[in-house]
Design a protein around this ligand. Structure first.
Ligand code: CO
Length: 289
């Protein structure tokens, strides 16, 4: 459902580009080709975000084996499908099929075992998976899962003509599909027409980045090409970000409140101490997930 709006977000001092990254081509699951844009080295800088993968494969052999059963503990995952069909099922009894434009939000909490498998034999499979940390006090909560289909994601068209899909958080006073109280993640999918600017207010202390998945945009005069991620500066004087597109372009804008807690990751387990990781490995081994 697309809402038309009467006013435009105002940002007086935009954040700037601190660093541009293009990620590392790798594969995960049972051999799904993807680009890992955010990993260990950036976890402190982009707290509360732990990982971002972008996948964009039109050859079945690059995705067909999917992500068979695997565990998670201590964080949440957002999967946003731009194209294709994926089936999710987990040992907490959740099942869902994710289709183009839809999202899946999964809170692994104390532990979940799930599979994410392509529900297609050919054609394009494209999208993102973002991992969002949980605060220490929520890491051992019960797991939950929610999928939101394409037509249920709130969206609006800005006065300048940018289509804004609000996956998580708020924009222009509108609530997105998912709200999380502690990390307050903002996840916007922005579709720019030619010569369009878009402004999004951001709390000064929140860490933020954009990823351009088609076209090209600029922030504070710095160009960001397709398939590039730009980490945005964090400064007390900045009240948000202004993104300018000269031509038709698509990006995601992601921001969140840092947790400032120790991060200890062992594969699909993200806890605060080595002791808790050892416990996670033990719990998984003996079937306590
Ligand atoms: Co998973």
């Amino acid at each position: 459902m697309t809402t038309r709006i009467e006013t435009e977000n105002t940002v007086l001092h935009s954040r700037q580009v601190e660093q541009i990254l293009t990620g590392i081509a790798t594969s995960d699951g049972a051999g799904v080709k993807l680009t890992r844009l955010l990993d260990h080295e950036l976890q402190a800088r982009l707290d509360p975000f732990l990982m971002l993968d972008a996948f964009n494969n039109d050859k079945a052999e690059d995705y067909i084996a999917g992500f068979p059963n695997h565990p998670h503990r201590g964080f949440e995952t957002l999967t946003y499908l731009l194209a294709g069909r994926m089936r999710h099922s987990d040992n907490a009894g959740h099942h869902g099929v994710l289709e183009s434009g839809g999202i899946q939000w999964m809170c692994a909490g104390q532990g979940i075992i799930h599979s994410e498998m392509p529900e297609q034999r050919d054609g394009l499979l494209a999208g993102f998976q973002l991992w969002i940390n949980l605060p220490a006090e929520h890491k051992m909560q019960a797991p939950w899962y929610r999928d939101v289909q394409n037509n249920e994601i709130p969206e609006y068209v800005s006065l300048q003509g940018a289509l804004v899909r609000i996956i998580a958080g708020h924009s222009q006073g509108m609530a997105g599909a998912i709200q999380r109280p502690v990390t307050q993640p903002l996840f916007l999918d922005l579709h720019f027409a030619d010569s369009t600017a878009f402004s999004q207010p951001l709390p000064a202390e929140h860490n933020a980045f954009i990823y351009v998945y088609s076209g090209e945009v600029s922030v504070a005069g710095q160009d960001i090409a397709a398939n590039s991620m730009a980490i945005l500066t964090t400064a007390a004087a900045d009240d948000g970000v202004i993104v300018q597109a000269g031509r038709s372009s698509r990006i995601i804008l992601v921001a969140g409140a840092p947790l400032h807690e120790p991060i200890v990751q062992h594969g699909p387990f993200v806890m605060n101490t080595r002791q808790e990781i050892a416990q996670a490995i033990e719990d998984f081994k003996v079937g306590r997930f």
